[in-house]
Design a protein around this ligand. Structure first.
Ligand code: PEP
Length: 252
């Protein structure tokens, strides 16, 4: 079955609110009318109001880069799913490898954040991916299967409609090293089989599985042409409107 591709920019800790507004003003005329994929920008939390305002009435949806798992309470510095929804956010990236590496994110907290996001009606972009050492040991499938299964613990069939998995080999993120289209497709296909075992083929076939890791204007078309790659989570190249536009065009 045809799945809709999702092209999501992960701005990481880049752009001030005024730069973000200017960036959307540059990007929107370039991607206007390109309705063949979902277009998302996942922005730093402080940019959310400016970007929600700048994208109002456009085809660009707004995402956050993290969400706390509690409804509310004594969690200084954190942001809840309800706060994101109320601010106009539709998507949230969960379990990015930078959060796993630098902010002690674990499979358990990824699962808790996923459930909080889904319960609030957000679309969860759940990141999984192996380290270079794990690929070299030949345990890529074991690693991504474990991450995927633990992230989806207690996620219902109904909630799977709002789940996107981003396969991001850690060795390819921000390094300029891209997985080959075949390598990326193989692992995305494997993740689909993991989902099929738990939820059945229909749900697995309907779930968007993105590739992320140095996707850019040059390699996007080849990656996005693969049968199991349903879009991209894009860091560096999402910060340049012309490059991000080429990737959106490749997904049409
Ligand atoms: C990312 O941040 O998820 C990412 C894939 O970054 P880059 O495209 O820069 O490798």
């Amino acid at each position: 079955m045809a799945r809709r591709k999702v092209i999501a920019g992960n701005w990481k800790m880049n752009m001030t609110p005024s730069q973000a507004k200017a960036f959307i003003e540059e990007l929107y005329p370039c991607v206007k009318g390109k309705h063949g994929c979902d277009i998302v920008v996942c922005v730093p939390a402080i940019n959310i109001p400016a970007v929600v305002k700048a994208t109002a009435g456009t085809c660009i949806k707004v995402g956050a880069q993290n969400v706390h798992f509690a409804k509310s309470g004594a969690f200084t510095g954190e942001i809840s799913a309800d706060m994101l929804v109320d601010a106009g956010v539709k998507y949230v990236v969960i379990g990015h490898s930078e959060r796993r590496q630098y902010f002690a994110e674990t499979d358990e907290t990824v699962n808790a954040r996923t459930k909080a996001a889904l319960d609030a009606g957000l679309k969860a972009i759940i990141c999984v991916g192996e380290l270079l050492s794990e690929r070299e040991q030949g345990i890529t499938e074991e690693v991504v299967a474990k991450q995927t299964k633990l992230a989806l613990l207690d996620v219902t069939e109904e909630q799977m409609k709002n789940v996107i998995i981003a396969y991001e080999p850690v060795w390819a993120i921000g390094t300029g090293k891209t997985a080959t289209a075949e390598q990326a497709d193989e692992v995305c296909g494997f993740i689909r089989s993991v989902i099929a075992k738990k939820y059945g083929k229909a749900i697995a076939n309907a779930t968007a599985i993105q590739y992320g890791g140095s996707m850019n204007a040059k390699n996007a078309a080849e990656l996005l042409a693969m049968p199991n790659i349903d879009g991209g989570l894009i860091g560096g190249a999402s910060l340049k409107a012309p490059d991000f536009t080429v990737i959106v065009e490749a997904a049409q």
